[in-house]
Design a binder for this molecule. Structure first.
Ligand SMILES: *[C@@H]1O[C@H](CO)[C@@H](O)[C@H](O)[C@H]1NC(C)=O
Ligand SMILES: *[C@@H]1O[C@H](CO)[C@@H](O)[C@H](O)[C@H]1NC(C)=O
Ligand SMILES: *[C@@H]1O[C@H](CO)[C@@H](O)[C@H](O)[C@H]1NC(C)=O
Ligand SMILES: *[C@@H]1O[C@H](CO)[C@@H](O)[C@H](O)[C@H]1NC(C)=O
Ligand SMILES: *[C@@H]1O[C@H](CO)[C@@H](O)[C@H](O)[C@H]1NC(C)=O
Ligand SMILES: *[C@@H]1O[C@H](CO)[C@@H](O)[C@H](O)[C@H]1NC(C)=O
Length: 330
């Protein structure tokens, strides 16, 4: 399913760390006092100083310091009949993910904030040895915004944070519980003694959108003449050049669909990369808490990993047009 994040470049690791403290709080002993981040130096995540013990983990991202802002190009939602449509000429938000500084990652870090109706994987490690992630059966996480009066945020999310084959709220719950609970700066203790339940959920959604809003993938590709076309073929190198020109660093480019050498055009080739452009992941280190939205952009291969799952053969890629009726002008 399109909402999973199991691409091989990110290696699952270090889940043992979490077993110390299954309830809220990634670090034992964290209290609600003294997290006025505006008084503190916005240390860059993954720098030598960004360590628990040296900084306030609420004010500097010390757990998931390699911050990925990820987007999808879907051609349909599967829920058009319910009015769940894609924004025209716009890639949609997938999520904001906290990878470890070495490129591995963990997930579902606080099971007391499990709001994902379809946990994927269904244990914290993805193996039977992990803790079960029990499906959320309560109200959609979207309803958490209502007591805060954030109707504008909810409307914006329904436009740009759109799920495939799932309702949007279920997908947002997945993104929050699987990923946001693994950022030190979204720990509930960080919100002080007057914390209002779900405050950090609202904050996470706003932060994810703030990162997304400055990453116009459709426009960057379009500026290089790369636009959805069911009649055209594109080259990975051109996609990478266009996105690097826009972002300033090389993002990860993800493809799905058939491997090139299983297609008619690629028969006999050794290029087993996928041929349908579907994802882009933009990598950052964050200055101070992730909520500040200020970050240094970095190459997707900063930890030495792969930068694409797509076929490299020139002219191997499809960038499909949306299915008629699946998108709407925004
Ligand atoms: C990556 O970093 C995490 C968190 O510091 C650590 O637990 C894990 O062992 C590291 N993985 C590798 C392969 O070095
Ligand atoms: C932090 O808060 C505690 C109260 O919990 C207070 O005693 C302490 O002095 C504060 N520390 C700083 C650095 O302000
Ligand atoms: C997770 O899914 C697998 C495969 O469907 C299933 O065998 C297993 O029982 C599930 N585990 C939990 C904890 O739900
Ligand atoms: C496609 O390429 C991969 C890697 O070179 C190779 O292992 C595989 O056998 C090829 N498949 C086909 C159908 O040619
Ligand atoms: C990562 O990719 C960039 C841009 O293509 C390249 O200049 C750099 O050498 C690569 N770095 C690593 C560690 O592979
Ligand atoms: C373009 O092709 C994709 C993939 O086959 C299909 O889902 C989509 O409906 C097509 N769009 C148009 C406008 O033909």
């Amino acid at each position: 399913m399109a909402t999973t994040t199991s691409t091989a470049v990110r290696v699952l690791g270090a889940v043992a760390l979490l077993s110390q403290h299954a309830a809220a709080g990634l670090y034992p002993g964290l209290t609600t006092d003294n997290h006025t981040c505006s008084l503190q130096k916005p240390v860059l995540s993954c720098s030598a100083e960004a360590q628990p013990g040296l900084v306030d983990t609420c004010c500097v991202e010390t757990f998931g310091g390699l911050v990925l802002s990820t987007q999808f190009w879907d051609t349909y939602t599967g829920r058009e009949a319910d009015g769940q449509l894609l924004p025209k000429d716009t890639w949609t938000l997938h999520g904001l993910w906290p990878d470890f500084c070495n490129g591995s990652y963990t997930q579902y870090c606080d099971l007391s904030r499990q709001y994902d109706p379809i946990p994927s994987p269904n244990t914290t490690t993805g193996t039977p040895a992990g803790k079960p992630v029990v499906p959320w059966t309560g109200p959609s996480i979207g309803t958490f915004l209502e007591p805060f009066g954030k109707w504008d945020l909810l409307a914006y999310m329904n436009k740009f944070w759109v799920a495939q084959n799932q309702d949007n709220g279920g997908f947002w719950g997945h993104e929050f519980s699987k990923h946001a609970t693994c950022f030190s700066s979204f720990d509930v203790e960080c919100y002080g003694p007057q914390y209002v339940e779900h405050e950090e959920v609202v904050d996470f959604f706003e932060t994810a959108l703030a990162y997304y809003d400055v990453l116009p993938t459709w426009g960057w590709l379009s500026a290089a003449g790369i636009r959805p076309s069911n009649a055209s073929f594109y080259s990975l190198a051109d996609v990478q050049a266009a996105l690097t020109a826009g972002f300033g660093k090389l993002p990860y480019v993800g493809c799905s669909g058939p491997a090139y050498n299983t297609t008619a055009a690629g028969k006999g080739s050794a290029d087993a990369g996928k041929t349908v452009l579907t994802e882009v992941w933009y990598y950052h280190h964050a200055f101070g808490r992730v909520q500040r939205g200020q970050a240094e952009r970095v190459h997707a291969n900063i930890t030495g990993g792969s930068v694409s799952s797509c076929a490299k053969t020139p002219g191997a890629l499809r960038y499909y047009e949306r299915t008629p009726g699946s998108d709407v002008a925004v």
